[in-house]
Design a protein around this ligand. Structure first.
Ligand code: SAM
Length: 302
């Protein structure tokens, strides 16, 4: 039987859409709808390689998304709508994950959730609407700034904290044993060092904490990863251009499961979503299990 029961996914999506409706201009708390709209629309399409820290000489190597501002997830603000590059993935992804794995939408209430790679914050807002506290990080400054702006504008700073930070910079003690749930869809294939990333996130969980992960992957039985590389397309189809600076490693389901176990997770389940090249992963931190240190790029990792 498929883990992705269509009816259950639809029911969860409907509930999530309902919760997300709270983020409309009628509910703004610290700015007027006009100021809000102006701020958002002025950001979209802006090109700012300098403030992202890129030198002219390396621009051709960078991801379009890192340089030019693209909105992340679709958002109907009531007065106006913004279409994101990820469409309504924030809704569908969470609906998929709670359908597929032993976590319900109700389980998020009162929890500390680590939202890794939040883009313009659609998922962070959605998680907050489930009643949890969200700590969101994003490596691209302009997206972290936008997500933080939305949080302030909707007056939910007591529940959502957004920081510009790479997940590789979440290795310090302040991150240890901190979260109940690590929410990690759509990011691991962007990472040069997925095992270190998984270990950092494992360390960030409390004992009993849960990892919810999703990634692009490959449909292979064997535990293999395909190396894609940054795939810089300066010309080509829209799809190719969209993928500029896209993926590093694409795992098979069993490769992802092995990586998660190596990082310390127990009860690991990985599953390929039928008819797609997306893999979903679940794991628990049952103890502060050790890691094999041979060859690690961060030898002093906990
Ligand atoms: C494909 S989007 C996924 C967004 C969202 N998590 C989702 O599932 O819809 C990946 C996001 O992760 C961010 N990202 C990539 N590498 C990162 C890193 N090392 N640390 C933090 N964020 C990162 C990207 O900038 C981008 O905003």
């Amino acid at each position: 039987m498929s883990l992705f029961n269509v009816e259950r996914v639809d029911t969860a999506s409907e509930e999530l859409r309902r919760r997300f409706r709270v983020y409309r201009t009628a509910n703004l708390s610290s700015v007027t709808p006009e100021e809000f709209s102006n701020y958002l629309h002025a950001s979209i399409g802006q090109i700012d390689s300098k403030s992202e820290g890129y030198a002219e000489s390396e621009l051709e190597q960078q991801r379009d998304l890192s340089i030019k501002f693209h909105w992340g997830h679709d958002h109907d603000f009531g007065d106006f709508k913004i279409q994101g590059r990820m469409a309504d993935r924030h809704i569908k992804m969470l609906a998929d994950l709670v359908t597929c794995f032993p976590v319900s939408l109700d389980d998020f209430a009162g929890k500390e959730v680590f939202d890794v790679g939040c883009w313009t914050g659609g998922t962070s807002l959605l998680l907050a609407a489930l009643g949890c506290k969200v700590f969101a990080i994003e490596e691209v400054g302009k997206y972290a700034d936008m997500a933080a702006y939305l949080v302030r504008a909707f007056g939910i700073s007591d529940r959502v904290n957004v920081t510009q930070r790479s997940l590789y910079a979440c290795n310090a003690e302040e991150f240890h044993d901190r979260f109940d749930i690590v929410y990690f869809p759509g990011v691991i294939y962007h990472l040069s060092d997925p095992l270190i990333a998984l270990r950092i996130l494992f360390n960030s969980l409390k004992i009993g904490g849960v990892m919810l992960l999703e990634t692009a992957g490959i449909d292979e039985e064997e535990p293999v990863c395909r190396f894609e590389g940054s795939q810089i397309h300066l010309h080509g189809t829209r799809e190719e251009l969209d993928r500029t600076g896209w993926n590093w490693f694409l795992p098979s389901p069993s490769a992802l499961a092995r990586m998660m176990r190596e990082a310390g997770f127990d009860g690991v389940t990985t599953v390929l979503r039928e008819g797609s090249s997306r893999i979903y992963g679940y794991g628990k931190k049952l103890s502060q299990a050790g890691i094999c240190r041979a060859g690690l790029s961060v030898p002093d990792i906990r």
